[in-house]
Design a protein around this ligand. Structure first.
Ligand code: G16
Length: 560
């Protein structure tokens, strides 16, 4: 590191002292905490993003958001050149950087890391970092800190993309690195044109026309509602009404949004008896999660939840059907054939009934720990990998090899075969690969894919929800003294520490018919999460309560 660079680091970092007595860690989805203590962390992640851009010689993204968390929290995460999450082997450096004591220590750490990673800091080849934030008020001053961090590396250029959904930023990073135009308008055009293409490829004049065009979307009072208002003007055949768009004065994620709807299973604010039987959906605070729901009656505030597992099942059925149409008359093992590997990835939160259903369809299902960074990595091992968390975070990945084969297949077909069912199936799969955000889970592209598939199937939301019946479940969170005391294994289904807690959980679960329960430390909030499932709602509630008490006894403040 030359002297100019060293002095630049020292002077700029002296403006961003780290918070005292706090240890930060790059969790499930970057750093998250109360926004008031995050300035120094965001500044340092700016440095990290610039170093990542130099190392990869590619465009990198930096997003300021705390997604589903409360409005007073904020967070920061990095998008890698593929548009996916920061490579996990850089996370320890992110932790070290965030917790460095003072400017001198910070400079030493950077110098050491730059040497180890062979990164040249001479500014000879400028690199770009795309910045965006969600609608949180604290985003503005945190964005400034990120710019200062990036600006402290000679040759790194920060491009402020403004207020975006998290998936829009990830999409832009991926697109730019793939040499594709990547403005917000390009994003909207891509989504609306591939949606149109899919709808046009639906069976015409049949049941598809019977699906109600009306969809009501809860925007969580965040950025997603605002963006959906723009997107909906570019769509035909779909009447979207957006509520909780943030303009009505509601608070971000408070009594609204995908996390609230999925966990509490009650109507979000501004929904109610007027919506009985209508297809409704909820986005989360930065629009990377999507769940659907129905208000079944006027007499209670309970909803019928159509969660990420059901979205996954809908996508899986559709993709499987297109693959079987495609392969009907061809020998997949022949020279021009292709044995497409389709795989499903879930987490321990997946409802047991969904996993049973997917396996009955003959699909390969695997499990990873919570966090799209893990699911995404696993799904990328397939030609088509579909991953979803029950909370509504997920997407579909297509391998380059399979997409090349599909494209060749559509052009190779004789004129007679063009317009055949086989040809249409290939075109549908190509349209899905354009519509779905292959960088990360995206509620806006997800909603359009769900809508296109429901049209194709001619299904109401009620018909979709009947694919299988969820086992009753309950999720709780427990405040503890130190959440890192819980260490898990086997895709978070077993708590290895504290000693004895897993045996106690097993004993509780055994007392409830079809009882299943696990605990894990959250990577986005300072809590331990408890998930319980059983044959009745009462049993699931009891099991979750008993295990929450156990967590408190083992690790809590002793209130139980
Ligand atoms: C993030 C991650 C998700 C994860 C969720 C909850 O979502 O992207 O993969 O399921 O946090 O994580 P945890 O249980 O560790 O708190 P979001 O929507 O908040 O970005």
């Amino acid at each position: 590191m030359n002297e100019d660079q060293r002095l630049l680091f020292l002077s700029s970092s002296s403006h961003f002292p780290p918070p005292q007595g706090v240890k930060l860690s790059y969790g499930t989805s970057g750093f998250r905490a109360d926004a008031s203590i995050l300035q120094s962390t965001v500044y340092r992640v700016g440095i990290l993003a610039a170093l990542r851009a130099l190392k990869t010689q590619s465009v990198i993204g930096l997003m300021i958001t705390a997604s589903h968390n409360e409005v007073s929290d904020n967070g920061v995460k990095v998008a890698d050149p593929s548009g996916g999450m920061l490579s996990q082997d850089w996370e320890p450096f992110a932790d070290t950087l965030a917790n460095a004591r003072d400017p001198q220590h910070l400079v030493e750490l950077i110098a050491e890391f730059v040497k180890k990673e062979n990164i040249t800091l001479d500014g000879a080849k400028p690199v770009e970092i795309l910045l965006a934030r969600d609608t949180r008020p604290s985003g503005e001053f945190l964005l400034e800190a990120a710019k200062q961090g990036i600006g402290s590396i000679i040759g790194a250029v920060a491009l402020d993309m403004g207020i975006l959904t998290t998936p829009q930023l990830h999409w832009m990073v991926r697109a730019r690195n793939g040499g594709v135009k990547a403005s917000e308008t390009d994003y909207f055009k891509r989504l609306s044109s591939s949606f149109r293409c899919l709808v046009d490829l639906s069976p015409s004049g049949t049941h598809a026309n019977n699906v109600d065009d009306k969809l009501v979307v809860d925007g969580a009072n965040g950025v997603g509602g605002e963006k959906l208002e723009i997107l909906k003007t570019m769509l035909n055949g779909l009447a979207i009404e957006v509520r909780n768009s943030g303009k009505e004065g509601g608070v971000l994620n408070e009594g609204v949004g995908a996390d609230y709807v999925q966990k509490e299973k009650v109507v979000p604010f501004s929904f109610g008896s007027q919506d009985v039987g209508i297809r409704c959906a909820s986005l989360d605070g930065d629009a990377d999660r999507l769940v659907y729901f129905v208000v079944p009656s006027t007499s209670s505030n309970k909803i019928e939840l159509v969660d990420g597992d059901k979205i996954l099942s809908l996508f899986a059925i559709f993709i499987k059907e297109q693959l079987s149409i495609l392969n009907k008359e061809i020998d997949v093992k022949a020279e021009n054939g292709y044995q497409c590997r389709l795989g499903i990835v879930q987490t321990a939160y997946a409802n047991g009934a969904s996993t049973d259903y997917l396996k009955q369809l003959g699909l390969e299902v695997t499990f990873t720990p919570t966090g799209v960074k893990y699911l995404h990595e696993k799904a990328a091992e397939y030609d088509i990998g579909i991953y979803f968390e029950a909370n509504g975070h997920g997407t579909i990945l297509f391998s380059e090899q399979f997409l090349c084969w599909l494209k060749a297949r559509t052009t190779e077909l004789s004129d007679v075969a063009k317009g055949s069912e086989q040809h249409k199936a290939a075109l549908r799969l190509l349209a899905v690969s354009e519509l779905i955000n292959q960088a990360i889970g995206d509620a806006l592209s997800g909603v359009l894919l769900v809508e296109a598939i429901l049209k194709y199937m001619g299904w109401s939301i009620q018909r979709w929800n009947e694919l299988y019946q969820d086992l009753p479940s309950r999720q709780l969170k427990v405040k503890v003294v130190d959440r890192s005391a819980v260490v898990t294994a086997n895709a978070e289904t077993v708590a290895v520490t504290p000693p004895g807690i897993q045996e106690a959980i097993n004993a509780e679960a055994a007392e409830h018919p079809r009882g299943r329960c696990f605990i894990r430390p959250s990577g986005t909030e300072d809590v331990i999460r408890v998930y319980a499932e059983a044959s009745s709602q009462d049993a699931a509630d009891n099991l979750a309560q008993s295990v929450a008490k156990l967590v408190d006894q083992f690790l809590g403040f002793g209130s139980s």
